[in-house]
Design a protein. Structure first.
Length: 68
């Protein structure tokens, strides 16, 4: 590799809004990277995902095709 053209690649701590943290390597200028969502609190990964039918689409479909 050429000298002096690559950014500094060092260890940083990633801190989530939920309080979870882990260490990784990055070219980020600081030593701490703050994120809003991580794999411990994201609904898809934590299994707490909810499907919300706010406009009644399922009920409308059932009424339309007499599926009650």
């Amino acid at each position: 590799m050429k000298k002096g053209i690559h950014p500094d690649y060092h260890e940083v701590e990633v801190v989530c809004a939920c309080g979870a943290s882990f260490k990784t390597r990055s070219t980020h200028a600081g030593n701490v990277v703050k994120v809003d969502v991580c794999s411990k609190c994201h609904p898809f990964y934590s299994g707490k995902q909810k499907l919300v039918d706010t406009e009644g689409r399922v009920d409308k479909f059932k009424r339309k095709y007499n599926l009650d």
